[in-house]
Design a protein around this ligand. Structure first.
Ligand SMILES: [Zn+2]
Length: 78
């Protein structure tokens, strides 16, 4: 499972500092939640993209092979 983080259009992890630590933790916990999750029908893993202008306004986007898989990932993250 891939988790991508973008803050203000920039790949997180470049800037460093506190934001980077918080995002890194968030990324890790998301990766743990969805680890090993693959679609039983298409045997594909989903990709998660986190976008936002700041830490308080993050949007999570799930890219999956089908709707059932997307729902499964969303449930795992909730
Ligand atoms: Zn699928």
């Amino acid at each position: 499972m891939k988790v991508k983080m973008r803050i203000n259009g920039q790949e997180a992890g470049v800037a460093g500092g506190l934001d980077h630590l918080v995002l890194d933790q968030l990324k890790r916990s998301m990766q743990e939640k969805v680890a090993g999750l693959t679609c039983p029908e298409h045997t594909m893993a989903a990709a998660i993209e986190v976008n936002g202008e700041s830490l308080s306004g993050l949007k999570v986007e799930i890219q999956a092979c089908c709707d059932a898989m997307r729902k499964r990932v969303a449930k795992a993250l909730a």
